[in-house]
Design a protein around this ligand. Structure first.
Ligand SMILES: Cc1cc2nc3c(=O)[nH]c(=O)nc-3n(C[C@H](O)[C@H](O)[C@H](O)COP(=O)(O)OP(=O)(O)OC[C@H]3O[C@@H](n4cnc5c(N)ncnc54)[C@H](O)[C@@H]3O)c2cc1C
Length: 442
């Protein structure tokens, strides 16, 4: 596990002059959103001696389950963590064995398999997995006490004092407006995700439906209760792809398995079928009968075990999400003086392509360095313009990759074969996984 030293050196050389001192002011920055991009921004600004207030609309750090596992790439997410001084903390909970990967068709026949890396090595692709919740926790714990203002839902932002300052706007009369409405900042970073409020200050772009509904299932205690499923999914992920349907399972920490059912259906499909309000048992039965009726029983066991786990946890319906993406290219004019900008999904929400969180963290790291190195207003404007240009270029590539993955293999008639071609073309190590995975369909 290691971000390339030359990449880190290049990023630091680009921004340089980081520590406030004589002739180099301490900046007061507001960050909106405590996802991975906003937290990374806040941490790196504080590391370089700047003052940060982070506004997050959720009521507390544990208000919401943060989702499944993320693979953290060396050239983006790991580089950001290194710049944030958090590599050691990350390594302590990263799971290199999570790089194990298997791609099968609806019969369970393996088209691609990538084994877990040998202990002590960086792995085939140097992309260890970490639970989103753990990653977020590491960064929150690294911030100065009181940095995050929980329960602070931001509405917008505006220029103040002739463009020399900016102000965060909250719902008039709300507690947040009373406490923070009069504060002035040198810069505001919108890290507020797909439905960003800060984005609308810069751009009229709105996310569009990306033609996919995602249903999220989970199985607890898989090793002792469902050893066949534990072996099927292995230590990493199992993607079953065919007939323009996807069943993607990934191991999380603590013996849990999350499965995403992805379907290319109209936006109204969840409402038309009522799946979002069905009990887990009914939803699994619906998917078995209407979506996956000719799929291998070994794969369909994922649906049954998920229903059983959900029933034990209280029987709440499976979360059903429609996936959106911003139009690409998404570009905007730099805000006067560079005092308001956006990062992560707020700037370049893409169809999930395995790198959104990684790019979001790199954005967070780079915008923090761009601000930290600005010695005056003119330099702040130039640095933010330069940062945005590079981020927009990354965003265009990420968007194209997302739609390529969606159309060329996830929702391809022969999805498993297409995905196998994709991974082989990337020259990832392919070979039998130790001890598991279906080889022939059944
Ligand atoms: C199904 C799925 C699977 C994915 N898998 C991967 C993967 O394997 N690897 C990967 O790298 N990426 C993955 N992604 C993409 C990844 O989740 C996002 O790119 C990443 O979370 C973006 O981080 P962010 O910090 O920009 O935004 P977010 O994580 O969305 O954080 C935004 C934060 O802002 C807060 N907020 C929102 N509005 C306001 C407001 N008005 N006021 C105050 N706070 C606000 C939110 O509560 C939230 O805490 C996946 C996405 C999806 C949908």
């Amino acid at each position: 596990m290691s971000p390339p030293p030359e990449l880190l050196a290049a990023i630091l050389a680009k921004w340089g002059n980081l520590v406030p001192g004589p002739g180099h002011p301490k900046h007061h920055v507001a960050v909106v959103g405590a996802g991975v991009s906003g937290l990374t921004t806040a941490r790196i600004l504080q590391l370089h001696g700047h003052s940060v207030t982070l506004f997050e609309r959720e009521e507390s750090r544990s208000a919401r389950f943060q989702g499944g596992t993320l693979d953290i790439h060396s050239g983006t997410g790991q580089a950001a963590l290194e710049l944030a001084g958090l590599t050691k903390a990350f390594r302590a909970c990263a799971r290199p064995e999570g790089e194990e990967k298997c791609i099968v068709d609806k019969h369970g026949t393996t088209h691609y398999a990538q084994g877990a890396p040998a202990p002590g090595t960086g792995g085939a692709t140097d992309r260890p997995e970490v639970d989103r919740g753990q990653l977020r926790q590491i960064i929150i714990d690294s911030l100065e006490a009181g940095t995050v203002e929980w329960g602070a839902a931001v509405q917008s932002a505006e220029s103040a004092e002739g463009d020399s300052k900016v102000r965060v706007l909250f719902e008039p009369g709300s507690a947040s407006a009373e406490r923070h409405g009069n504060k002035l900042f040198d810069a505001i970073i919108g890290a507020d995700g797909a439905w960003s409020r800060i984005r609308s200050v810069l751009s009229p772009a709105k996310p569009e439906y990306a033609g996919t509904v995602s249903i999220e299932l989970s199985i607890t205690d898989v090793d002792s209760r469902y050893p066949e499923i534990a072996s099927l999914v292995g230590q990493g992920s199992l993607a079953a792809l065919q007939d323009k349907k996807a069943l993607i399972s990934q191991r999380n920490s603590g013996g849990n398995i999350r499965t995403y059912v992805w379907l290319p259906v109209p936006l109204a499909w969840p409402e038309d079928t009522g799946i979002a309000s069905m009990s887990p048992a009914d939803a699994s039965a619906y998917l078995r009968a209407n979506v996956f009726s000719d799929w291998s029983p070994r794969l369909l066991a994922l649906l049954d075990a998920s229903a059983a786990s959900a029933a034990e946890a209280g029987g709440a319906p499976y979360p059903v999400r429609s996936l959106f993406a911003l139009p690409s290219p998404h570009a905007w004019e730099t805000f006067p003086g560079g005092r308001i900008t956006i990062v992560g999904d707020a700037a370049h929400l893409s169809f999930p392509n395995g790198e959104g969180a990684n790019l979001a963290m790199l954005d967070g790291a780079e915008v923090a360095l761009a601000i930290a190195s600005a010695r005056d207003s003119a330099m702040l404007g130039r640095n933010i313009a330069e940062f945005e240009k590079q981020m927009m270029e990354r965003g265009v590539k990420s968007s194209a990759k997302g739609f390529f993955m969606r159309d060329d293999y996830i929702f391809h008639e022969n999805g498993a074969a297409g995905a196998a071609e994709f991974f082989k073309s990337k020259k990832m190590a392919s070979g039998p996984r130790p001890g598991a995975a279906p080889q022939e369909g059944q």
